[in-house]
Design a binder for this molecule. Structure first.
Ligand code: AHR
Length: 504
């Protein structure tokens, strides 16, 4: 059946500017993300640097503006000095987080080359697990100082005379998790993070620092961890991180499959962002600070399977190689909607991860396929720009077990006053009902609706594979006709639709 809905857009009714850094990725030394993912010298497709043009092209189309590296749990046992100098001399080590072997053939210089090629801002995590505050400061010295000191001269000797100027620095990773190598309680972590930030800034006062928030809402320490860490670090940080993964069922819960609730996930994403933003506000008041701290959602994605035991001290083990479904793609679309709806607070976000490990791209030596979740990510990162609009939506609702009554329609929109380009992103969450949606531009009608795309299917569990790489993809559709500032389009059940516009 088909039901009706209306959406009102107004280019003057603005949530906030959109930080381009919400379109970020995360590359960890984990499984086949780095090795056999972005760095695959044994592949017949690899270039002389070990990068594969097919992987690079798929990554470039995602238009990532920031890339977090090198972990993740990996970083809490990582010695960055292992990854520099002649490759033949670099040590092989046990990577304790993932029970694998780290060859160190890919390190700081290789990552910077990769980031430069992608034209993406690097975001480095320092090791606050086994690492010292001195190691963290040494890394800033190595990456960012002009030559003339021990580590900056070493960088020049290793082939890069100019400072890299890495701006974004994560003060450890998920230090609230008992699984973390060198896990600390909130007070001990906050104190170490402050001392690390002080030393790192003495090296380079222009850097931006990010403190660890809770790894997920299921942590017994959530949100107390966040309150304590924020109060103690507030004056030393620019961003506060949050991590969250979902699934149907959620990996952290013993719940049964519940598709209607899963397809309403952005209700929870919105709420989670607001909770952490409230903790940030509280810390600002508590510390009498005048500055703001942004939210850095630097790990987010759909995740189902257990990691444990898969890696058995092998190089590049196949771990966490999720294959995503249509319903996962609709949830990823809603996650990106949350980033737009909360654009005033979410200032950085990184999908975890970028290749093979819980990722939008799956590779093997002779090729790759794009996962279902690739498509919404590409749509948002290519078309959402300028301001996020405060959208008014009137749509039918349905009852979900987890979130009560939820709108069938999730909509966000952007408008860039600099270019006149607009975009609307619409998810029909219903598994059975089509929605006929009338979109109205309230202040000024666009000159034209320029393009439209739609991703849909009958089976929420449909996936892509090497054999059927485009079983679930996004197709261009004809943009609807524009009539006196309104347009009507039909959204099939289980669908994601994008509509772009041009304004004078
Ligand atoms: O992204 C996979 C892992 O998830 C990261 O290493 C860790 O930070 C999180 O628990």
């Amino acid at each position: 059946s088909t039901r009706t809905a209306t959406v009102a857009l107004n280019t003057q009714r603005i949530v906030s500017d959109i930080s381009p850094l919400i379109f970020g990725g995360f590359a960890e030394h984990m499984g086949r993300c780095i090795y056999e993912g972005i760095y695959d010298p044994k592949s017949p497709l690899a270039d002389e640097r070990g990068f594969r043009p097919d992987v690079m092209k798929a990554l470039k189309d995602l238009n990532y503006r920031i890339m977090r590296y090198p972990g993740g749990n990996f970083v809490s046992g990582y010695r960055w000095t292992d990854g520099i100098g002649p490759k033949a001399d670099r040590p092989r080590r046990r990577a304790l987080a993932w029970r694998s072997i780290e060859t160190n053939q890919f390190g700081p210089h290789e990552f910077m080359e990769f980031a430069e090629e992608l034209k993406t801002e690097p975001m480095w995590a320092v090791n606050l697990g086994t690492g010292s505050i001195q190691d963290a400061a040494d890394l800033v010295e190595y990456m960012n100082l002009p030559t003339g000191t021990h580590f900056s001269d070493l960088r020049a000797k290793n082939g890069h005379k100019d400072p890299y100027g890495v701006k974004y620095w994560c003060l450890g990773n998920e230090m609230d998790g008992p699984w973390q190598i060198g896990h600390l309680d909130a007070v001990a972590y906050a104190d170490k993070a402050v001392e690390a930030a002080k030393l790192m800034r003495w090296m380079d006062p222009t850097i931006k620092t990010i403190a660890c928030g809770s790894s997920n809402t299921a942590m017994p320490t959530f949100p107390e961890w966040d309150r304590v860490v924020l109060e103690r670090t507030y004056d030393h940080i620019d961003y506060f991180s949050m991590h969250y993964y979902v699934g149907n069922p959620n990996m952290n819960s013993k719940e049964a499959v519940d598709t209607d609730s899963y397809l309403a996930s952005s209700v929870h994403f919105d709420e989670h962002a607001e909770t952490v933003a409230a903790a940030i506000r509280l810390a600002k008041a508590h510390t009498r600070s005048r500055k703001d701290v942004g939210l850095c959602w630097d790990e987010w994605n759909v995740w189902y399977r257990e990691v444990g035991g898969d890696g058995n001290w092998e190089e590049a083990p196949h771990i966490l190689e999720e294959v995503y479904t249509l319903e996962d793609a609709l949830v990823v679309a809603q996650w990106l909607s949350t980033f737009l709806r909360k654009a005033d607070i979410v200032r950085i976000a990184c999908i975890a991860q970028i290749v093979n490990v819980i990722a939008p791209i799956m590779t093997r030596a002779d090729g790759l396929f794009l996962q279902t979740i690739y498509h919404p990510l590409m749509m948002f990162s290519q078309h959402a720009a300028g301001n996020s609009l405060d959208v008014l939506v009137r749509a039918p609702t349905h009852e979900t077990r987890k979130f009560g009554e939820v709108s069938l329609l999730d909509v966000t929109a952007s408008h860039d006053p600099a270019t006149g380009k607009g975009a609307a992103f619409l998810v029909n969450r219903s598994q059975t009902e089509a929605l006929e949606v009338t979109v109205k531009w309230e202040d000024v009608a666009p000159d034209a609706l320029t393009q439209a795309w739609q991703m849909t299917g009958r089976d929420p569990m449909a996936t892509n594979s090497f054999e059927q790489p485009e079983a679930v993809t996004i197709h261009t559709i004809n943009p609807p006709a524009l009539n006196a500032g309104t347009a009507t389009l039909t959204l099939p059940p289980l669908s994601f639709t994008v509509l772009t516009s041009q304004h004078t």
